[in-house]
Design a binder for this molecule. Structure first.
Ligand code: ZN
Length: 367
């Protein structure tokens, strides 16, 4: 992997990742861009103990631009986008409309009142472009490109974790209008949080309680149990295992774990990294194959969220790196909405049994 770090016209960082060692990335960003003010703040919900990010400055962000004005396409034919190069393999840059931004402390003062705790949203948000091909999707990438994306996620995890104030790095992809994606170009995002999100905090608390009770690691026990549960297994490689969790929340949900417990992407070994692309692409293609398009229609693209769970910088010794992949689609043309029970009470109800979901995912024709 070859990495070139550069800056955009307004000072934001852009990093190119190329497969070839000698790749030259020296095109300058010629746009007349002024640095954007970051007004992000995080507020602690005193009742739930969860942080909420308030990013009121994001309302002006780009919303569903026509394909010819895509900010993630390369800069070509006189049109300047977020990526100055005329082509690229994988490119990562700081979001111009970030939810969390390193400069927030200059504009937002911390407050420590017991019921009104507020901090500047001093994190960082990055955009990861998986390919310069506007019409592709992650599932269309070849294994070498998927590996390059894994290397980019790993690089960003190491670099962002080292920034002052960053507590946890979260790499994810939202795919599909149904998920609320505003840019069709294949891309993911990375959030460097200045706090540990409550879902991670709950996982760590469960794992620590399990260790105190049994002397063992929760995730290692979980993987051992799921390896022996063929009805929920989806894929098994030499180094990774993918299964539908026992209490899956979403109609189709798969968790992909390295068999050896590691805290984050930076701890994966070369054999583990080498096997990941094939398995992950296989899973994504199975998701697309769940809901075949009618004859003559464009191929189905199942909306999904793909979320890497990594240990926070400190205090996450019991957590295991894993990827959670799920779709909101429960049947052709039917979506699972988070309504009163889920949104009102954080209590999920699902119409698809996890064992049926795993069976369908095992049978899904390979793309
Ligand atoms: Zn594009």
């Amino acid at each position: 992997m070859h990495r070139t770090a550069t800056k955009l016209a307004d000072g934001r960082e852009l990093v190119y990742f190329d497969q070839a060692a000698g790749a030259v990335r020296d095109v300058r960003d010629e746009r007349p861009l002024e640095p954007a003010a970051s007004l992000s703040e995080i507020r602690l919900d005193p009742v739930l103990g969860e942080w909420v990010t308030v990013a009121a400055h994001r309302q002006q962000r780009t919303y569903r631009p026509p394909a010819g004005e895509c900010p993630l396409c390369p800069s070509r034919d006189g049109r300047l986008s977020e990526i100055p190069a005329a082509d690229y393999e994988v490119a990562v840059f700081e979001n111009r409309f970030p939810s969390l931004a390193p400069g927030s402390a200059e504009h937002v003062a911390a407050r420590d009142a017991p019921l009104h705790t507020l901090r500047p949203g001093n994190g960082r948000c990055e955009v990861v472009c998986f390919t310069s091909d506007h019409d592709a999707s992650f599932a269309d990438l070849d294994e070498a490109r998927a590996r390059l994306v894994l290397d980019a996620w790993t690089d960003r995890t190491a670099e962002l974790s080292a920034l002052p104030g960053v507590r946890q790095v979260y790499c994810f992809e939202n795919r599909g209008e149904e998920i609320g994606v505003t840019l069709a170009h294949p891309h993911g995002q990375i959030y460097a949080f200045p706090f540990v999100p409550s879902r991670t905090t709950r996982m760590i608390a469960r794992a620590e309680a399990h260790r105190d009770r049994t002397g063992r690691n929760l995730f290692e026990d979980l993987l051992a149990a799921e390896q022996d549960t063929p009805e929920r297994l989806v894929l098994r490689g030499e180094h990774w295992i993918a299964f539908v969790p026992f209490a899956a929340r979403w109609p189709y949900e798969v968790h992909l774990y390295p068999k050896r417990r590691v805290a984050d992407l930076t701890e994966l070994t070369e054999p583990e990294r080498a096997e990941f692309p094939g398995l992950y692409l296989d899973l994504l293609r199975r998701f697309d194959a769940l809901f075949p398009a009618p004859p003559g229609a464009a191929p189905n693209r199942t909306p999904y969220i793909s979320a890497w769970h990594q240990a926070p910088r400190t205090g996450g010794g019991q957590l295991a790196l894993h990827l959670e992949l799920f779709t909101v689609r429960r049947a052709p043309g039917k979506l699972k909405y988070l309504a009163g029970v889920e949104s009102g009470m954080d209590a999920f109800v699902t119409d698809v049994s996890p064992e049926q979901a795993a069976s369908r995912l095992r049978e899904a024709a390979l793309g």
